[in-house]
Design a protein around this ligand. Structure first.
Ligand SMILES: Cc1cc2nc3c(=O)[nH]c(=O)nc-3n(C[C@H](O)[C@H](O)[C@H](O)COP(=O)(O)O)c2cc1C
Length: 358
């Protein structure tokens, strides 16, 4: 099956089925329920003056939010990317395109990616390619996907959980770090490595920082589950083994909240994976993230109109403002100093890995 058709299947399943990590508590599995912000009954700031703007790689964002990489590579994705990009431009938040592999394989698919830069000429745009493709096609391909959309950064995705469940998956993970190191040294723009729903550990983050990456997107467990998406695909085609694997590994990975702490402190961190409201955003920043990425909640809105996307993002930004107000944060810089209490499974996880919770 070619990449373009597989991407459309993924898109339909994400829009129509419940593909998020399966909750077995009242809280999301991303771990945000274990993270507590301390209410300040006397915040001593004027909510009207709260400034949510931030800088990331020297670009100003009106809020610490990125529309996470989702799509492109099939004619039906053109309008989706167009609407996402118009929303990003109107709100001045960042945006990533989905894997550009389909356009490398078939240049006719380029327009569904290029529309993002055309519709959002001034916002921070991330190109996207898989680490496995990088090992095969190298720096020239990396430069090509960047040039295709005049990107501000290249994000390289890691998705070995999904690959291991797809029968056609690419499961040769050898040589990825070497390929990432080479791209980091030869590309003139920042390289971000991102997971896609299974999180990044301290050990992997250390190897990536050593390889020269400029930022890490934790892509943690607790939001979209690619094992889940593959379980649905497998069921549809009667592939019993892949369906079984998808179900067993549905919630595999490092929860987003824990992954932020595993990765923070060395290079900027983007928190993606189950970020669903402005409180999750503030908790992520309080844990040490610099930006938050949101994917799945924007997919259905993007199938309708730009305004539907804007509605969701404006809501998240307003929630962030209320949370900042109640924590006494006038701006994003002051978020770094707020007390954050870590409890429950996330605390146990971090203690198990000898992190100093304080
Ligand atoms: C429909 C869809 C398609 C995606 N395609 C890509 C992709 O091509 N490349 C990539 O790096 N991540 C991709 N992702 C992963 C997201 O960027 C993100 O890391 C993940 O979905 C977790 O965020 P969420 O819980 O907010 O959805 C995709 C996500 C969705 C929902």
């Amino acid at each position: 099956m070619n990449t373009s058709i597989r991407k459309i299947e993924h898109l339909k399943l994400c829009a129509e089925e419940d593909v998020e990590a399966r909750k077995n508590t009242m809280f999301s599995l991303a771990g945000f329920g274990d993270i507590h912000l301390v209410h300040q009954a006397l915040p001593e700031i004027n909510k009207k003056d709260i400034d949510t703007s931030t800088r990331f790689f020297n670009r100003r964002f009106s809020a610490p939010i990125m529309i996470a990489s989702m799509t492109g590579g099939h004619p039906d994705t053109f309008e989706i990317n167009h609407r996402l990009a118009l929303a990003a431009a109107e709100l001045n938040v960042g945006i990533g395109v989905g894997s550009q592999r389909a356009a490398i394989e078939d240049p006719k698919q380029e327009s569904s990616f290029k529309i993002v830069r055309d519709a959002a000429p001034d916002v921070f745009v991330q190109a996207n390619i898989g680490a496995v493709q990088l090992t095969k096609y190298g720096v020239r391909m990396a430069q090509k996907v960047v040039d295709m959309i005049d990107a501000d950064a290249l994000s390289i995705h890691l998705n070995f959980l999904q690959e291991a469940i797809q029968p056609e998956g690419d499961t040769d993970a050898t040589g990825c770090l070497t390929a990432i190191r080479k791209v980091c040294s030869e590309l003139s723009i920042p390289v971000i490595v991102k997971e896609t729903g299974a999180g990044i550990s301290y050990e992997t983050a250390s190897a990536l920082v050593d390889a020269g990456v400029s930022a890490i997107d934790v892509g943690g467990m607790g939001g979209t589950s690619w094992a889940g998406v593959e379980a649905y695909r497998a069921k549809d085609r009667g592939d019993v083994m892949s369906e079984h694997l998808g179900n067993v590994f549905w919630n595999w990975g490092i929860p987003t909240a824990a992954s932020i702490i595993e990765c923070r402190g060395r290079v900027p961190v983007i928190a993606t994976g189950g970020v669903r409201n402005g409180i999750d955003v503030l908790k992520s920043l309080g844990l040490g993230a610099n930006l938050c990425g949101i994917a799945l909640p924007l997919l259905k809105p993007a199938m309708k109109s730009k305004n539907h996307v804007i509605e969701i993002l404006v809501q998240v930004i307003e929630e962030l403002k209320v949370a900042m107000f109640l924590c006494g944060c006038a701006d994003i810089r002051s978020v770094k100093n707020i007390p954050v209490i870590v409890t429950g499974n996330t605390r146990q996880w971090l203690e198990g890995k000898d992190f100093d919770i304080k």
